[in-house]
Design a protein around this ligand. Structure first.
Ligand code: EPU
Length: 438
């Protein structure tokens, strides 16, 4: 070993393919709701209890930020947390935590509402495109807020948060939620047009209302928020994760299995249900469960990612693992992010036949994948590789699994309960001290 090299241990996931998934699995709370609910909990001086929060690293980071800004955070149960305001709330989130995930930007909205002044480092998150925040800033500006980007920080301040009228240039989940948080304590009424329709937006609106807020129209393109002076306490349960559910639906089908997922809202899964049915799979929903039963090799289908209720971009990579095994050729069109096809190269390494051209991928189905060494470059790419590994012949070893842990709660252990041959494995690697610092 060179003097400047350091040996460190990492984990990877090892999947032995070929076991059809069978049985029943409970779906956990939605990552993209949970992270916003946690930021929203800073709005109130009273205490709130949030239930059904998934045990994932993105939630842990949001809890750490809450503690760092002065909130009291207590775990009440596996998925249940009590959040209570401390004596003093800081308007500055720690940079080392904020850069770890996208959702740290929700503290812009909630702390602006609460304190009139907030600094948050530019957010991190999956590297899947440029991901600007211009619509968030445009929304805040409409509420009489001065916005400054300086030293990698977003700095917002106002002496009087005033309701405004915003027309978003595109459907954006993040900006819709963020402006809703800020507007919830502004004077007067804010009207947001071309608001995002995602279930997570409705979940945050319901939580704000449960604390005593006045949000109307969430789930439609026009949301009206009338500001209140104070929020109270409540107990609130996060919605189930439609992306986790969709991932397990595709995994069940790709493995040739028969799996029932419980604690789901089937209406949130209509886009993936439609594509699975179009491919010939059986999908049987009840009030709060959904069963996916493989009928053999799927037929190819075309997929275009769109804002809700269209096919979610977050299921594009998991779906590609499944349709890579279809009979015929599928066309995937990614319209939300400009570089979210990185997983295609890894799938090709496993024997897939995918050609990417800009925002389009032509997926020529192959009969089987072969196990390989692959790397998860982001969260959903990781889920895609697990699905491919479950369906492959032989052993697939996936590194980069810290991305998967950001958004899938104990995915290895839970897949084991429905028959997957999958485990985490520690391995040792060496890296130069210089690389680690960078
Ligand atoms: N956009 C802008 N300007 C903005 C905001 C968004 O140009 O100010 C663009 C984005 O670059 C993107 C599109 O609008 O092209 C949609 O972005 P949106 O704001 O809806 O995405 P987000 O809020 O940053 C959330 C999820 C993503 C999910 C998208 C779309 C969280 C923490 N993240 O991101 O989840 O892909 O909505 O549904 O809620 C994931 O879970 O893997 C993930 C990436």
């Amino acid at each position: 070993m060179k003097e400047t090299e350091v040996i460190f241990s990492m984990e990877r996931i090892v999947v032995q393919g070929g076991n059809p998934l069978k049985g029943c699995l409970r779906i956990n709370g939605a990552k993209n709701s949970a992270v916003a609910l946690l930021a929203a909990s800073a709005l109130t001086d009273a205490e709130v209890v949030l239930d059904n929060l998934p045990e994932i690293s993105d939630v842990n980071v949001m809890l750490e930020i809450l503690k760092a800004i002065g909130m009291n955070v207590t775990r009440l149960g596996q998925f249940e947390w009590r959040i209570a305001a401390g004596k003093q709330l800081s308007g500055q989130t720690p940079e080392n935590l904020a850069v770890k995930l996208r959702a740290s930007y929700y503290f812009l909205g909630s702390l602006l509402a609460k304190k009139g002044k907030v600094n948050v480092a530019l957010p991190g998150g999956c590297k899947i495109g440029s991901r600007p925040i211009d619509q968030h800033l445009k929304g805040f500006q409409a509420l009489n807020v001065a916005c400054l980007l300086e030293d990698g920080q977003v700095k917002l301040s106002t002496d009087h948060l005033q309701g405004g009228h915003i027309f978003f240039d595109m459907s954006t989940v993040g900006a819709t939620i963020n402006v809703m948080l800020a507007a919830s304590m502004a004077e007067g009424t804010t009207i947001m047009e071309n608001a995002a329709l995602e279930p997570e937006v409705i979940d945050i609106a319901n939580f704000i209302n449960a604390m005593g807020g006045k949000v109307k129209g969430a789930g439609t393109e026009t949301i009206r928020v009338t500001g209140v002076k104070y929020f109270g306490s409540c107990t609130y349960s996060c919605i189930p994760d439609r992306i986790e559910a969709g991932t397990f639906m595709l995994a069940a089908a790709a493995s040739g299995g028969d799996v029932t997922l419980t604690n789901v809202i089937p209406e949130h899964l209509e886009a993936v249900t439609a594509k699975l049915r179009e491919s010939g799979m059986e999908v049987i929903p009840t009030l709060d469960s959904i069963r996916v039963k493989s009928t053999g090799r799927p037929k190819a289908v075309n997929i275009k990612t769109l804002p809700h209720p269209g096919f979610p971009t977050d299921l594009q990579a998991p779906a590609m693992a499944f349709f890579g095994l279809a009979e015929g050729s599928s066309v995937f069109n990614e319209t939300i992010y400009e570089s979210r096809f990185g997983h295609a190269e890894e799938l090709n390494q496993m024997g897939a036949n995918i050609k990417v051209d800009g925002q389009t991928a032509i997926v020529q189905g192959v009969k089987r994948y072969r196990g390989s060494f692959v790397t998860a470059a982001n969260l959903r790419a990781g889920a895609c590789l697990i699905i491919a590994g479950l369906a492959a012949e032989g052993t697939t070893t996936i590194s980069g699994i810290e991305h998967i842990d950001r958004g899938y709660d104990r995915i290895v252990e839970r897949l084991q309960t429905i028959g997957a041959d999958i485990k985490r494995q520690e391995f040792f690697s060496n890296m130069s001290a210089e690389t680690i610092q960078n």
